[in-house]
Design a protein around this ligand. Structure first.
Ligand code: CIR
Length: 256
């Protein structure tokens, strides 16, 4: 169960962030509205929000999830793989220190983006990507081990179309993983029940279980049905403006 989340709305220069998407420039007013609805959904599910102010020094800073990996006992501050995002971590650290008695850090030269890290009930999948490198993955695995957690590495560097591991898969609880076809047969997920994502719905593979519900991007009816058939309540959120900046639903919050 989560009781808190940290969020940060997009700033006026949101469109200047990093993206590989060809969907066009995001509309800031719509992005702000979508962000507000996202926050409202978290609050409806019982979470207390820490709302950080928009930070225009960092156009990607609304994607707070990339700045930390959270366990029950500890907040692990990342070293984001994109140089333009490195400075985002300090803002998250200031907020996290109020809630976590223990803080760890990823040390140079390794890099880790939180979007590459998936917590499956205390076992962590660590994506190796353009952003999370081998040194960062090894550093994180060591820190997690010291905290009593296990982890396994999932190399996504050959998987086209996904920025982070969680752009292509999510853990939704009860031993179930939502995954795109390219990840579904990965050895690391062998012991899990797979809920497949249709190719044309790949963006929705990034969904988030929050307490009694799964937050899911709106407009992906096949996955919505799959989740409903598996017994999940879903909350649909319009994510179009964040998708334009390569952002998934999970990356808009740090939940604990
Ligand atoms: C970036 O390229 O870093 C941002 N435009 C998007 C980050 C999305 N983060 C995530 O999915 N965890």
């Amino acid at each position: 169960m989560f009781s808190h989340a940290i969020v940060r709305p997009p700033g006026r220069n949101f469109a200047a962030g990093l993206t590989t998407s060809t969907l066009g420039a995001p509309d800031l007013d719509r992005a702000l509205l979508q962000h507000e609805r996202y926050c409202g959904a978290l609050e409806e599910l019982g979470l207390t929000l820490t709302r950080l102010p928009a930070d225009e020094r960092f156009p990607d800073s609304t994607f707070v999830e990339d700045t930390a990996v959270l366990t029950r006992a500890c907040a692990i501050l990342t070293r984001p793989g994109a140089p333009s995002r490195a400075g985002e971590v300090i803002g998250s650290a200031r907020a996290l220190v109020k809630h976590f008695g223990r803080l760890e850090i990823i040390r140079p030269p390794g890099t880790v983006d939180g979007g590459d890290i998936c917590d499956a009930d205390g076992h962590f999948f660590i994506g190796l990507s353009e952003r999370t490198d081998e040194a960062g993955a090894a550093n994180l695995a060591r820190v997690l081990e010291g905290l009593g957690h296990t982890s396994s590495v999932v190399d996504i560097r050959g998987v086209p179309g996904i920025l982070h591991l969680k752009s292509g898969m999510s853990y939704v609880g009860e031993g179930r993983i939502v995954a795109i076809g390219a990840l579904a047969s990965h050895e690391a997920f062998r012991r899990y029940t797979l809920l497949p994502v249709a190719e044309e719905e790949a963006y929705a593979a990034n969904c988030v279980r929050v307490n009694g519900a799964v937050l899911l991007p709106a407009g992906f009816p096949k996955l919505e049905r799959t989740l409903a058939e598996a017994g999940y309540a879903t909350v649909l959120l319009d994510m179009s403006e964040f998708q334009k900046m390569d952002g998934g639903l999970s990356c808009l919050s740090l939940r604990f």
